[in-house]
Write a protein that binds this ligand. Structure first.
Ligand code: G3P
Length: 219
């Protein structure tokens, strides 16, 4: 499974990048707004920090607006990916952009049919939002499982980015379902590598080590 970071916070990206665990980054207008700085500048800095794909979302809602924005964003860095919302206009824009070799990530996907449409339109990535599906009482992980089955059934190239990951369970179940990628909020990452039993085990090892006879230090 590839780990993308779902943040535009440079310090969060640097911290996780130091572990060698960042395979890419995803952003969206809400994530960009949190950083309170220029969009293009932020995306270019992230693209310089990580080698993998960095998703930057268009704001336009018409085909012409999306395609025009996407062509500009695509020039910002070789590893930038253009995020396009899952709408009719978005599908048409993806169809155009895919023929121009511009990589796209179709976002705000909440059903298998949306994911299938996006993949057929030529999306490089499709982003089903697990957390938001859970929020309405539907099983978000089932969406991941079913979408994975459909893409494999028809040998469609699009990769699934499990998005709107809110907890460890989302990540683990997405991995079990065979999702290609999970995009993980920066503040969730540390919870993924932490466990209270690990902490307790280290404390106990250190306490027991104190009981081991030590050679007198030669001064
Ligand atoms: O990648 C999409 C993600 O940022 C949305 O997360 O928690 O706002 O549903 P959330």
């Amino acid at each position: 499974m590839e780990f993308f970071l779902d943040t535009a916070n440079i310090e969060e990206i640097k911290r996780i990048n130091r572990l060698g665990l960042v395979d890419g980054v995803t952003t969206n207008p809400t994530i960009i707004a949190k950083e309170n700085r220029d969009f293009e500048e932020t995306i270019k800095e992230i693209c310089n920090l990580v080698e993998g794909p960095v998703s930057a979302e268009v704001i336009g809602l018409t085909v012409d607006e999306m395609v025009t924005e996407a062509r500009v964003i695509a020039e910002w860095a070789p590893n930038v990916v253009v995020k396009i919302p899952m709408t009719e206009a978005g599908l048409e824009a993806v169809n155009i952009l895919s023929k121009e070799g511009i990589k796209t990530n179709v976002t705000l996907i909440f059903s298998v049919s949306q994911g299938l449409m996006a993949a057929k339109a030529g999306a490089t990535y499709v982003s089903p939002f697990v957390g938001r599906v859970d929020d309405i009482g539907v099983d978000g992980l089932e969406l991941i499982q079913n979408l994975k089955t459909v893409l494999v059934n028809y040998q469609l190239d699009a990769k699934i980015i499990t998005a709107s990951v809110r907890n460890i369970g989302h990540l683990e179940k997405a991995a079990i379902a065979g999702a290609d990628i999970a995009t993980i909020p920066g503040n969730l990452f540390p919870k993924l590598w932490s466990h209270p039993l690990t902490d307790n085990g280290i404390k106990q090892f250190l306490a027991d080590w104190e009981k081991v006879p030590k050679k007198q230090e030669v001064r």
